[in-house]
Design a protein around this ligand. Structure first.
Ligand SMILES: C[S@@+](CC[C@H](N)C(=O)[O-])C[C@H]1O[C@@H](n2cnc3c(N)ncnc32)[C@H](O)[C@@H]1O
Length: 698
């Protein structure tokens, strides 16, 4: 019985197993079949798509952004974007990063600025690894000479946009990828649009100024950016590495970018790929003779500020740079960043030591206890790495075994321009023979000769030029906020304008009565007063009183028998103004007329004429007020119109509103008016960017 039971059970189990195996076999066969079919489908489509590309003779259609859908409507076919196939294609990456990280990579958006030898490789590898949204930005076209390093360009691509030829390849690699190709130059003025939505930006630009612009822009706008330094003129792949921009050494492009960024206030926080290989005696190759014959060299470049000369490049190097960028960003997107990419040398300790030694040396030199030097650790690295390239200033300019910083000329203060690198022994000799600050013995030129003196001057000059460049750059970057202007006004006023309780009370009373805070600023008020004084104004007309703040300033310039008439629409404003004027002791000199200014003006007589008219009421009526002002002001008298700049918007055709139109109409009228001579003066201050129009009645 027992046996029977067992044999029955065994039979049942065997049947169950048999059935499961058969089902599994069938399922597996079906899955394989289904996959095979999907794969076949995909392969056929890709073949068709490629065939249709190569049969086309029109070079522009061959590089169309969207691959042409095949007759059976490929894009809607489930097989194209089938998740199974995507996962199969990315199987090794899934194995490496796992589901969660791969999901992040696949959601990532990367913008590549510069799609040449570096950017093209980065793009290809990012897409091969699963990045599904990519924007390519480059204004340039494929040339024959770029084929030695480009990831996707072939002979038939010559003369076509670089971004388009990368896009085509990317779509052949991953049918699901979204490529946004922009045949555009990145410029900081419109830079935001091209970077929109980026999780990461790759800077693969070969123009230093644009590169610095882009890095600074990304830094200021909290956009993650990875930058590629100079791959030109190098050949040693073992020296390529990733580090923070602040830790780069030996690479001349990195040095220049680092210096410029540092002077713009960005000293670290940008990962870069660079090489420590010091290029030999490399110069930009001269252009071939026939290129010169085509016309002035400058005209040969696509854009003025882009180089037209040729830098020697060994193809694999930029590609390695691009692959480094892709690797770094993939790990970042995956949430598994490369931890502490190894900088060639950890120089921080060295800079600390150099600074400490310099402090001791300076203490001896000045004979005083010094707690803080006028140069800091950042400057030390600038002097050591950038200015003196880690070498002694003394010929033969060895790499010192014990580098030391010293003040070059003890008769001059310690600055980055008056501080040099020496070997310890040289520094000792220098200090001994130079004497001290109070008792200098001789000049450094006498100690080391005029050739060394020239090196120091040359380096200082280099630094100065760079600073000038940076100052120029900074001007482009300046975004001055209202609070900056307010602080500026406050600072200047603290020297030039005494605290004035009457004016403060006028503002406080206006506020208390709910008047809008649109009176002129303190500095503008003072300007109006000075102006009225300079022309010895006896009769002043004001259009737009508000609480009488500008009125008080102007009236204070009047002599005892002077008079000011001010026109105000609002009875309430006028009443507040009268109170403020009374408090200022100016009631007898000022008459406030209530009503529409146009009507009030029409009733005023030009005899006696006014010396000064200040127009500051409703802007759409500017021209009417100005016309009346001309009638009422004496020859040689002055008309001032406020708010004619309006954040520069008057000049921006995209702004259309009544106030702005009021100013534009006034300007147009004055243009052909022989009776006045006028100019506009920007009055940047605590009220932001605005300006006065200043006109003299001829
Ligand atoms: C900008 S505020 C004048 C500020 C004043 N000048 C100052 O700096 O203290 C403009 C004033 O013009 C007045 N206003 C507006 N339209 C007017 C009109 N048609 N006639 C007269 N006044 C007018 C407003 O009521 C307001 O008080």
């Amino acid at each position: 019985m027992n046996l029977n039971f067992h044999s029955h059970k065994t039979q049942l189990i065997a049947t169950a197993i048999g059935a499961s195996v058969a089902t599994a076999g069938l399922l597996s066969a079906y899955t394989s079949y289904s996959r095979r079919e999907k794969r076949k489908h995909l392969t056929e489509h890709i073949k068709r798509s490629i065939a249709s590309h190569s049969s086309s003779t029109d070079i522009t259609t061959r590089h169309e952004l969207t691959p042409p859908p095949p007759p059976n409507g490929f894009r809607d076919d489930f097989a194209v974007y089938d998740e199974d196939l995507v996962k199969e294609q990315l199987a090794r990456n899934y194995a490496f990063f796992g589901e969660e990280s791969m999901a992040k990579i696949r959601e990532g958006t990367v913008v590549i600025v510069g799609c040449g030898g570096v950017g093209s490789w980065a793009a290809v590898m990012l897409v091969r690894s699963g990045v599904s949204k990519i924007r390519l930005v480059d204004f340039d076209y494929v040339t024959l000479s770029s084929l030695n390093r480009h990831a996707t360009a072939g002979l038939t691509d010559v003369g076509t946009p670089k971004v388009k030829c990368i896009e085509r390849t990317l779509k052949q690699i991953a049918r699901w990828v979204e490529v946004d190709s922009r045949i555009e130059i990145w410029r900081k003025e419109e830079g935001g649009d091209l970077l929109e939505g980026a999780d990461w930006v790759i800077d693969a630009i070969d123009n230093i100024q644009t590169k610095v612009d882009l890095l600074k822009y990304c830094h200021d706008h909290d956009i993650k950016v990875f930058s590629s330094m100079g791959s030109g003129a190098k050949c040693d792949p073992t020296r390529i590495q990733i580090s923070d921009i602040s830790a780069t050494v030996y690479d001349p492009l990195a040095r220049s970018v680092r210096r410029r960024l540092r002077l713009l206030g960005v000293s670290s926080g940008i990962p870069v790929v660079y090489s420590t290989e010091v290029p030999g005696d490399v110069r930009l190759l001269p252009l071939p003779e026939e290129e010169f014959e085509k016309g002035p060299v400058k005209e040969l470049g696509v854009f003025d500020d882009f180089r037209v000369r040729i830098l020697p490049v060994l193809g694999p190097l930029p590609s390695i740079f691009g692959l480094n960028a892709a690797t770094y960003i993939l790990c970042e997107l995956a949430g598994k960043p490369i931890l502490n990419p190894l900088p060639i040398k950890n120089r921080k300790k060295l800079y600390e030591r150099l600074l400490r030694d310099l402090l001791h040396r300076e203490t001896k030199l000045t004979g005083e206890t010094i707690n803080k030097l006028p140069i800091d650790e950042d400057d030390v690295s600038l002097i050591f790495e950038d200015v003196y390239r880690g070498r002694s200033v003394i010929p033969p300019h060895n790499v010192p075994s014990r580098p030391t910083l010293v003040r070059w000329d003890v008769r001059q203060p310690l600055t980055i321009n008056n501080c040099v690198v020496m070997e310890f022994g040289e520094a000792e000799k220098h200090s001994k023979e130079s004497g001290t600050v109070t008792e200098p013995l001789t000049s450094p030129e006498i100690i080391w000769g005029s050739a060394v003196q020239k090196v120091v001057e040359h380096r200082a000059d280099e630094l100065r030029r760079e600073r000038e460049w940076v100052i120029k750059m900074q001007q482009d970057f300046i975004v001055t906020r209202l609070e900056d202007w307010a602080r500026s006004d406050k600072y200047h006023n603290s020297f030039l304008i005494e605290k004035d309780s009457v004016l403060d009370a006028a503002l406080a009373n206006s506020n208390a009565n709910g008047l809008p805070e649109i009176a002129v600023s303190t500095a503008q008020g003072k300007f109006l007063k000075l102006l009225a004084s300079s022309i010895a104004a006896k009769r002043i007309l004001e259009v737009g009183t508000l609480g009488g703040y500008s009125t008080i300033w102007l009236a204070r310039a009047l002599p005892d028998d002077g008079q000011l008439i001010t026109l105000e629409l609002s009875e309430k404003h006028a009443q507040v103004a009268r109170d403020n004027l009374a408090n200022a002791g100016l009631s007898t000199k000022v008459e406030v007329i209530v009503g529409k200014a146009v009507d009030s003006l029409a009733k005023l007589h030009p005899d006696p004429p006014f010396d000064l008219v200040f127009i500051d009421a409703d802007k759409p009526s500017n021209l009417q007020y100005f016309t009346e002002a001309k009638r009422l002001v004496r020859k040689g008298g002055v008309i001032i119109v406020d708010n004619v700049v309006r954040y520069g918007r008057v000049a921006d055709p995209s702004y259309i509103d009544d106030n702005i139109e009021g100013v534009r109409n006034l300007l147009k009228a004055i243009q052909g008016d022989a009776e006045v001579d006028a100019t506009t003066i920007g009055t940047v201050g605590e009220k932001g960017y605005d300006g006065f129009l200043y006109a003299i009645r001829k």
